[in-house]
Ligand binder design. Structure first.
Ligand code: S3P
Length: 171
């Protein structure tokens, strides 16, 4: 069984994915970690030295590689993964278990404000501009995320509650 979590940066894909994998006794893979390992640089370095287009190419290539392996796993995608290179079609055609972790713009802003320096998409923004940026960015990305088989409202929920909601919908 391949289970994929998508959603905006800061929506909890990695934490929830790890907890879900523990509960189901499945391996967990974070696509960003895999890209870092394979390229041999961390994500900010890849963006800085090679640029976003290189990153998106690698993201697509490694996503395909992971899904093609047919190994059972819980995969947390990067925030942009579903929005490029036909990746969302690839995900939806590979598994019936694609979940969108849904959170509001204010909640995402609150999470990301302290962590933005490690995230190349938002590291250049002033803290006071973050909420407006996320609002616009999520407006562009939501149509991709919303194609997931299930949207899981995550606001105000514990990791355990989110894991239980996903586990109840697996096919
Ligand atoms: C990105 C999100 C990041 C990472 C890269 C680009 C994006 O993943 O893939 O910085 O375009 O939203 P997380 O959502 O895991 O932070």
């Amino acid at each position: 069984m391949q289970i994929v979590l998508v959603g905006y940066m800061g929506s909890g894909k990695s934490v929830v994915g790890q907890a879900l994998a523990n509960r189901l006794q499945l391996p967990f893979l974070d696509l960003d970690d895999y890209i870092e390992q394979e390229v041999g640089k961390d994500i900010p370095e890849i963006f800085r030295q090679k640029g976003e287009i290189f990153f998106r190419k690698k993201e697509h290539e490694f996503l395909r590689e992971v899904l093609d392996s047919k190994d059972d796993l819980v995969l947390s995608a990067g925030g942009g993964t579903p929005c490029y290179s036909g990746n969302m079609d690839l995900l939806l055609n590979t598994t019936p278990n694609v979940f969108y972790l849904q959170m509001s713009v204010p909640a995402l802003t609150a999470r990301l404000i302290g962590e933005k320096d490690h995230r190349p998409m938002i590291s250049h923004l002033r803290p006071e501009d973050l909420q407006e940026y996320i609002g616009k960015h999520l407006f562009e990305r939501r149509p991709f995320y919303s194609r997931a088989h299930h949207s899981i409202p995550c606001e105000g929920k514990s990791v355990e509650e989110i894991v239980a909601a996903i586990a109840g919908k697996l096919v």
